[in-house]
Design a protein around this ligand. Structure first.
Ligand code: GAR
Length: 206
């Protein structure tokens, strides 16, 4: 798989930063070709520029439909030779136009142990439900929300005196380790999809 990443963000971009740091530290063999935000105020755009990465804002408000916006995203990513798209706090649903342009080459990170607590504010959902184990998931993106094949997960215990904010912070720490690891695994290419399952062909390589 082509090792040029396109990272899509909507906010502060701490997962983007973790990817950039892992590449700089030599633990992830990849390059970030472009960072795109749908929101001009996203702090992650500044992080990208500081790291010398092209940072673009494509505002969804400038497009008449979801499909038109997604076509613009696909074009921007293709122009920069992106082989793997990494959603890192990108808070927009993607249409089939986007999903079909990058088959099995879009990753997302979600702050819960999927399939529990898809959608918004997953950490708060887990805390309010009273689960004892929360966590984070990196998965391939398909047409269904937060439901594609799972690449890696990490559990985070929920403490009796947790607040949703404290829990979210500890999950985020794990996200920052998990995402670069999962990207490395997917780029290694030694995997197949069987049904819903992401399977390493030779676990020794992973
Ligand atoms: C992260 O916690 C990520 O898992 C979550 O948004 C946050 C982005 O933070 N994503 C979702 O909830 C997607 N459904 P960041 O901008 O600091 O990386």
């Amino acid at each position: 798989m082509i090792r040029t990443l396109g990272v899509l963000i909507s906010g502060r971009g701490s997962n983007l930063q973790a990817i950039v740091d892992a590449i700089a530290a030599g633990t992830l063999d990849a390059r970030v070709g472009v960072v795109i935000s749908n929101r001009p105020e996203a702090g992650g755009l500044e992080r990208a520029r500081r790291a010398g990465i092209e940072a673009l804002c494509l505002s969804h408000r400038d497009y008449a439909s979801r499909e038109e916006y997604d076509r613009a995203l696909v074009a921007a990513l293709r122009q920069r030779g992106v082989g793997l798209v990494c959603l890192a706090g990108f808070m927009r649903l993607l249409s089939p136009v986007f999903i079909e342009a990058f088959p099995n080459a879009i990753l997302n990170i979600h702050p819960s142990l999927l399939p529990a607590f898809p959608g918004l504010e997953a950490q708060h959902q887990a805390w309010a439900h009273g689960v004892k184990l929360a966590g984070a998931t990196v998965h391939l993106v398909n047409r269904d929300l937060d439901a594609g094949p799972i690449v890696l997960q990490r559990a985070v215990p929920v403490l009796d005196d947790d607040t949703p904010e404290r829990l979210a912070e500890r999950i985020l720490e794990q996200e920052h380790r998990l995402y670069p690891e999962a990207i490395g695994l997917v780029l290694s290419g030694g995997w197949t999809i069987e049904g819903r399952r992401f399977i390493l062909r030779n676990p020794a390589i992973g």
